[in-house]
Design a protein around this ligand. Structure first.
Ligand code: GLP
Length: 239
């Protein structure tokens, strides 16, 4: 695990943009794993900037998002598909993107299909990750074991509270999601994790220095052979 600490979150976004740019330039038909949340927004803005400047071409790339809420229509502004369109897809020339369908009739089948589609595409070359306050990656919540493949998840109470800020009331926060599993994430050829702000400092310290433990799902990343972690100073303040 390579850890870089930057003074500002702007620098983190520029460094993350550079890692994505290098991946797309060396393999234009890359399979990219994408994340939502407030953390990657500036990184996506960097990618849009590079696309508009004629540096990056996404036309041969394919993307797979980590997760999607169960039960939110695609038109809802807080669905992850809406988030991705707003922050990235509507501004670049990407032709093929995938997110799990949280409105599928058979959600378990949808999870199996999502996992197979990733495999058929050849697996993920570069997976972007943020981290939840409780150490979750995607929506893989603290657990007594690591869940292997794409699965239907009940969101932890702390995640529902953390996501409350995006909805009018706590009642409206979805209670379930479909998420790539820890195994799906760990099969990515390389992983780029971004953590920003003081609120993440404690969990970042646990991820990097604590035991590999399903109670802190992100700690498993220490066993992956190619993980880069980009932190701003606030997120690195407890290291
Ligand atoms: C959600 C997403 C995660 C993300 C996390 C942190 O739970 N499913 O992929 O890492 O939020 O969000 P933020 O970046 O807003 O702190």
């Amino acid at each position: 695990m390579i850890v870089h600490v930057f003074e500002s979150k702007d620098q983190v976004a520029k460094a993350a943009g550079a890692i994505f740019a290098a991946q797309i330039l060396k393999k234009p038909d890359s399979i990219l794993g994408l994340a939502t949340g407030s953390t990657p927004i500036e990184t996506y803005a960097e990618l849009v900037k590079m696309y508009k400047a004629g540096i990056l071409d996404f036309s041969k790339a394919k993307t797979f998002n980590l997760d999607e809420y169960v039960g939110l229509p695609a038109s809802h502004p807080e669905s992850y598909i809406s988030f991705m369109r707003r922050n990235l897809f509507d501004h670049i020339n990407l032709k093929e993107y995938h997110l799990p369908n949280g409105l599928a009739k058979d959600l378990e089948q949808e999870c199996r299909d999502y996992e197979n589609t990733i495999k058929q595409a050849g697996g993920i070359d570069l997976q972007l990750l943020g981290i939840g306050n409780n150490g979750h990656i995607g929506f893989n919540e603290p657990n007594d074991h690591f869940v292997y493949s794409t699965n239907r998840v009940k969101l932890a109470e702390s995640t529902i509270k953390a996501n409350r800020r995006f909805f009018d009331s706590e009642d409206q926060v979805p209670r379930e999601a479909l998420s790539m599993g820890i195994g799906t994430i760990m099969q990515a050829k390389s992983i780029l994790m971004i953590c920003l702000g003081e609120g993440k400092a404690e969990v970042v310290e646990k991820m990097i220095n604590g035991p590999v433990d399903p109670k802190v799902p992100a700690s498993i990343l220490r066993t992956h052979h190619h993980v880069t972690v980009l932190l701003d100073q606030a997120a690195a303040s407890k290291l």
